[in-house]
Design a protein around this ligand. Structure first.
Ligand code: PEP
Ligand code: MN
Length: 334
């Protein structure tokens, strides 16, 4: 942390501040310029309240030079993290296609979708069993039965499975789920993050719809601070003033996150746009801008889907898109 003092800061207040900073356990390096004094704090200053210091009348501004996210910071871990799920790799040049319905609805539905996306080259099967719905009157998911059907479809196709957990108390049901998804609405459910931090299995962490990239990283930090280093970040669109798409896909965050963190970053163009016709262009753009994978909703009968039918691709549409994504990757992958 660097503290820049106002030119008229009195000697008395200045030494009082320096004394207080030292009491916080940091060394203070003083650079006396012609007009301003700059205090460089040496040592771990992460516990010092930056806003409190910035609010002092002798302080002009405060700058933080180290990020508050340590485990997921690229500075502390320059090489890309590669998350492995049942032989599938994500990150560090390994691109992963995750596909499946928004919700598991029946055995026929999940098995049919699992078979078709597998044939199209998907490596992981998604399917919600606990659904975070805006309305309590909407379909809430098949819960434990849905997870059982998803596991069955995973076993039949050999695809590892991804499903969202909404409450820590449900985690025992997720023992055979290969990747635990934390949905956008739970990105800052810190108790839940701490619980999945105790697991030793991959967590797919979706960006909250009104969260900054740094807040997403702080949430990843909660998981990693518990010792679980297998975190995959997911951009799924954020809430903006524009309502022409369900959310606004923030693709620039992909290279921004790659700079800030070593964790893999995937994109979900389905929830980002809310419209099947927009999934293809955004998926291709995500592949081109360096995403480490795509999570796409696919349904065998979107018109009768119990959730998110409007954004679901039909199996044949997904198949075509998967081929196009591979071609984009061939020309853009480093
Ligand atoms: C989902 O992936 O099923 C989902 C609910 O997404 P999000 O949390 O991004 O809204
Ligand atoms: Mn959905």
């Amino acid at each position: 942390m660097i503290v820049i003092l106002k030119p008229d800061a009195s000697e008395e207040k200045r030494s009082r501040l320096i004394g207080w900073l030292k009491e916080q356990g940091v060394e203070v390096h003083i650079s006396q310029g012609a007009y301003q004094t700059v205090l460089g704090l040496i040592g771990d200053a992460s516990h010092i309240d930056r806003d409190l210091v910035a609010g002092l009348d002798i302080v002009d501004s405060v700058k933080t030079v180290t990020e508050p996210f340590k485990c997921c910071s690229r500075r502390s871990h320059p090489d890309d993290t590669v998350v492995e799920v049942g032989g599938v790799k994500i990150g560090g040049g390994h691109f992963c296609m995750i596909a499946g319905p928004c919700s598991v609805e029946s055995e026929e539905q999940i098995v049919a979708v699992a078979r078709s996306v597998k044939a199209s080259g998907a490596q992981l099967l998604r399917g919600g069993a606990f659904k975070p719905r805006t309305s309590p009157y909407d379909f809430q998911g098949l819960k434990a039965d849905g997870l059982a059907l998803l596991k069955m479809a995973g076993r039949e196709t050999g695809l590892p499975i991804v499903s969202e957990v909404m409450a820590a108390s449900d985690l025992p049901l997720f023992e055979d789920v290969d990747v635990i998804q934390i949905g956008a609405r739970n990105m800052q459910n810190f108790d839940l993050l701490r619980e999945v931090g105790k697991l030793r299995k991959p967590v797919l962490l979706k960006r909250g719809m009104a969260s900054t990239a740094k807040e997403l990283l702080m949430s990843a930090e909660y998981i990693m601070a518990g010792g679980n280093e297998q975190v995959i970040l997911c951009e799924r669109g954020i809430r903006t003033f524009d309502d022409c798409t369900r959310n606004t896909l923030d693709l620039a965050v992909v290279p921004v996150l790659h700079e800030l963190t070593h964790l893999p970053v995937i994109v979900d163009p389905s929830h980002a746009t809310g419209a099947a016709k927009l999934v293809r262009p955004m998926a291709l753009a995500a592949a081109a801008c360096g995403a480490d994978g795509l999570m796409i909703e696919v349904h065998n009968d979107p018109l009768h889907a119990l959730c998110d039918g409007a954004q679901a691709l039909r199996p044949e549409e997904y198949d075509k898109l998967a081929g196009e994504v591979r071609r984009v990757r061939q020309v853009t992958a480093k």
